[in-house]
Design a protein around this ligand. Sequence first.
Ligand code: TLP
Length: 337
Amino acid sequence: MLSPVDLRSDTVTQPTAAMKRAMVEAPLGDDVFGDDPSVQRLEAMAAERLGKQAALFVPSGTMANQVAVRCHTRPGDLVIMAEAAHIYQYEGGAPAMISGVLIRLLPAERGLLEPAAVRAAIPPDDIHFAPASLLCVENTSNRGGGSVYPLARLDALGALAQELDLATHLDGARIFNAQVASGVPAARIAQPFDSVSVCLSKGLGAPVGSVLCGSADLIRQARRVRKQLGGGMRQAGILAAAGVYALEFHVERMADDHARAQRLWQGLADGGWRVEGPPETNMVYAQVDDPMGMVSRLAAAGLLCAAVGPGRIRLVTHLGVDDAGIERALSIFASLA
Ligand code: TLP
């Protein structure tokens, strides 16, 4: 019996044998004391790849984002982001709980914010209104379909934030998908932002972890918040080594995931499914009447995917799925049509 084709998320990847070897062989210390050489290596590498002064290894993308929100704001501040934003949709209300901030959500096509909409959402400097202090941007946009911001839009958002005196955070959980799809280096994508979070455990294929990158001052403050949230880890180098391996060997290969998403999208479109897109990176969204029912029927036939909001399912390609897996996924869809 074949194991199911698992397209629920790019988070489901298993570490490869070579990655496991790198983990087992990693020199370790105690990262709360600041002397784990493998964590130091990952943080230096991430800072360099993202074009920032410093980086902090954290257990999850959620913690990276929430530490950033905490560092950039004070309780009672207003934070601006797209309606699709993971920070709002999928992080359990953490901005309210951890940072005590108010969020203003902006409608955004394919999850990509428009500078004019951001400008219009900023309240006047008046005691009646929560003071806007932070703009959050997500690239690629997950609920937006794995969509990629044009660089000019990111630069315009950065310039606007500067003009309006807003701090800027980029949820770059999948920034390397954006790099591979657009050919623009991640450091350039992240340039207009004060901080950027990057997930190592999505398309990059590490089992655990994210990095938050920014100025040395910001990362010093972030290190304290990480500790407060219980995210200080001891022999964390065993995990960081997987991240180092992923940054070295798993970035360019994401082009294969993108090509497979294209193939999946085309096959579904040809089969008459209502697909959104075409995909820009590694995600395919399809519109179906009963997402939960469809997910169960697909699972029973050997294909795992996710129901995402009303009327949508999501399929994500990653290093655990090869061409044969995509063809199998398509034949399972065809069997249900
Ligand atoms: N996204 C997960 C789910 O939470 C939806 C997924 O399967 O896509 N930013 C973005 C843009 C993300 O997509 C995710 C995870 C995170 C942050 C949070 O990362 P983790 O899961 O490590 O906390």
